[in-house]
Structure formats: C-alpha cells, structure tokens
Ligand binder design. Structure first.
Ligand code: ATP
Length: 200
C-alpha cells in the first residue's frame, strides 16, 4: 500500500451495562484491540438494558466507564445508548456508531455468555451487516460460535478473569473489598457515591 494511502479505521465497540465496569471487561477489550489491530475501542454503556430492568443510574455507569478507560489512549466512551433513551438494542448502538464513523470497519466485542443469545437479538440480519463480531472467552461459559454466520463472527481466548458485575455489586453490599477486581478509581467512585450498599 503506498505510504499516503490510508487504511480504513478499525474500531471495536464494546457494549455493556458496566454496573460497574470491571477488569474482566478491560482485559478482554485490551486483548481484542491488540489481536485485531484495532485503532480504537469504544465502550458503550447501555441505556436501560431490555433484559436487566433494575440497573444503577446511567450517569454513574457512564462516569465509572470513563474513569476506568481514561489512561488507555485507544479506549473511548460513547453516550449514544444513554442519550437515545429507552431499552438498548445492539442494532441501534451499531447504527448510531456507523453514522458517526461511516468510513470505519466496526468490530462488536461480546463475551461468551452474550454471544450465545445473538440469534434472539432485534434485527439480527442487519446486525451482521453493521459489524464483524468478536466473541471472547469468559470463565464459566462455553465459547461456541457454531450456528452463527462464519464470515460474521470470530472468537478469541482472552486471559480468564472470573469477575462479573453481579459479583462486584454483591461484594460491596456485603462489605467485601472490590480492590483489584475493578480499577482503583472505580473503587473510589463506588465509595464516594455509596453505590451498591444494598442490592435487590
Ligand atoms: P452482570 O453480572 O451485571 O450481568 P457482566 O459482568 O456480565 O454484568 P456486562 O456489562 O453485562 O457485565 O458485560 C458487557 C460485556 O462484557 C458482555 O459481552 C459480557 O459477556 C462481557 N464480559 C463481562 N465480564 C467478562 C469477563 N470476566 N470476561 C470476558 N468477558 C466479559
């Protein structure tokens, strides 16, 4: 390729509730960024997820995601799902990011647990046309992409961190530490705003 010819930008999109964001999310995104030679990974905190009605206020989840990603020059955070309002569907997330980045190739990053449900997603045929999917391994979940379009999905083994947001919330509510499970700034944000003191 001639030196002046620009290759298309390669952008990862990592959607999540991020309630709170934890090191499992960050390690997975970092590994995909490096292995797939992505220029950027955009973290997209959900508005109100259709499958998780009771979640922490969007602004808290957004700010914890900003804090957690701030030091990595390839990580950014988008508010598209928060600002759209209503339940979040991946097809809407990808449409909005595509509109903002018309010339980029998009790679949607999703864990082994979520990828198993893709065929149930809203407008799944359009979803495939908007992004290539990268399914990452997650402890406790089999990583299988059989039954999904071969051209549309890749899988990647990432360092195994058995961390979930559910467990982080539960630990905080019981007075257990979440140091080293979530970034330091997120530990401090949770304490400052008294998040997860009591959970449903
Ligand atoms: P919760 O426990 O509240 O369901 P979660 O820990 O699964 O939350 P989400 O914000 O729902 O976190 O996850 C966003 C994305 O990150 C999903 O695609 C999920 O599969 C993936 N993911 C979450 N935790 C890990 C992990 N430890 N390793 C790899 N992928 C993960």
């Amino acid at each position: 390729m001639p030196a002046h010819a620009q290759r298309r930008a390669r952008i990862g999109v990592m959607g999540g509730t991020f309630d709170p964001i934890h090191n499992g999310h960050l390690v997975a995104a970092s590994e995909v960024q490096q292995q797939f030679d992505l220029d950027e990974v955009i973290f997209v905190p959900t508005g109100r997820p259709w499958m998780k009605p009771e979640v922490t206020a969007s602004e808290h989840r957004y700010l914890m995601t900003v804090i957690a990603t701030a030091a990595n020059p390839r990580f950014t955070v988008s508010r598209v799902d928060i600002e759209r309002g209503g339940p979040t569907y991946t097809v809407d997330t990808l449409r909005d990011i595509r509109r903002e980045r018309p010339d980029a190739d998009l790679f949607f990053i999703t864990g082994a647990d979520a990828v198993a449900q893709i065929l149930d997603w809203k407008d799944v045929d359009e979803v495939w046309s908007l992004a290539h999917f990268i399914a990452v391994s997650r402890p406790g979940h089999a990583l299988t992409i059989s039954g999904l379009p071969e051209q549309g999905v890749s899988s990647l083994e990432v360092p195994a961190l058995a961390i979930s947001s559910t467990d982080c919330r539960s630990r905080v509510s019981r007075g257990f530490p979440v140091w080293y499970l979530v970034p330091d700034g997120v530990v401090q944000y949770i304490a400052k705003h008294h998040l997860y003191r009591s959970i449903e």
